[in-house]
Design a protein around this ligand. Structure first.
Ligand SMILES: [Zn+2]
Length: 221
């Protein structure tokens, strides 16, 4: 049984939780949602002596994906082999294509457009630190948003779909609150009570806590 370790770096002015997950025995792992502050992310990777096999993206927003192209370049140089970017689903291509322009608007000068090496879809699997994680498509916050979860471990990375006490914003031109709430109710809330998930912003939570207390999708909603 591999030992899953994780480090969270809050990146960009949006304080997005860029998460590094690795197997403590092999030191191999992945980086999820490197939105920016790549120097700091690299310091953490180097500090723990990690080999990053892959960069994963939950969706195309700048605070999650703006630093992915640079991190891919830097890690590929360090590793001497290409380090691929996987995800999100291709419905978010327009967001990834526009990252540099979006960055200029937010004063994030180093954001770069990025094309993933592979789009991910509902039912795909990715290996994170030796564990097989399932990919679920949870649109609404963005059209191509995906989440990663391992039901056996009881652990997932949910990006901007479900937060502790809240849900992802849908007030963008492409936002769809009905799709978001449906995805949360049908795909995430049925998970076990003690299932732990990391959010793109703020503290982690459990499915049990959100099912009981979340004002948008919980039992009282
Ligand atoms: Zn977002």
């Amino acid at each position: 049984m591999s030992q899953l370790k994780l480090a969270v770096e809050q990146v960009t002015p949006f304080r997005q939780n860029c998460t590094i997950i690795w197997d403590d025995a092999t030191k191999h792992g992945v980086v999820v949602d490197p939105g920016g502050d790549i120097d700091r992310v690299l310091e953490t990777i180097t500090g723990f002596g990690l080999h990053i096999d892959q960069i994963l993206l939950t969706h195309g927003h700048i605070d999650h994906a703006g630093g992915a192209a640079r991190l891919r370049d830097e890690l590929s140089t360090i590793a001497g082999v290409p380090v691929p970017i996987w995800g999100p689903s291709e419905e978010d291509k327009f967001l990834l294509d526009g990252l540099q322009v979006t960055g200029e608007g937010y004063g994030i000068a180093d954001a770069r457009a990025v094309t993933p090496d592979r789009w991910l879809h509902e039912g795909d699997h990715v290996v994170i630190a030796g564990h097989k994680f399932e990919v679920l498509h949870c649109p609404g916050h963005t059209p191509g948003h995906i989440v990663f979860l391992d039901r056996q471990l009881g652990f997932g990375i949910f990006g901007d779909v479900l937060f502790r006490g809240s849900v992802g914003r849908t007030d963008f031109p492409y936002g769809d609150s009905e799709a978001l709430l449906t995805a949360i109710r049908t795909k995430l809330l049925p998970l076990d009570d003690n299932f732990v998930f990391l959010c793109g912003h703020g503290a982690r939570s459990t499915i049990g806590q959100e099912r009981k207390t979340n004002p948008f999708v919980g039992e009282q909603a």
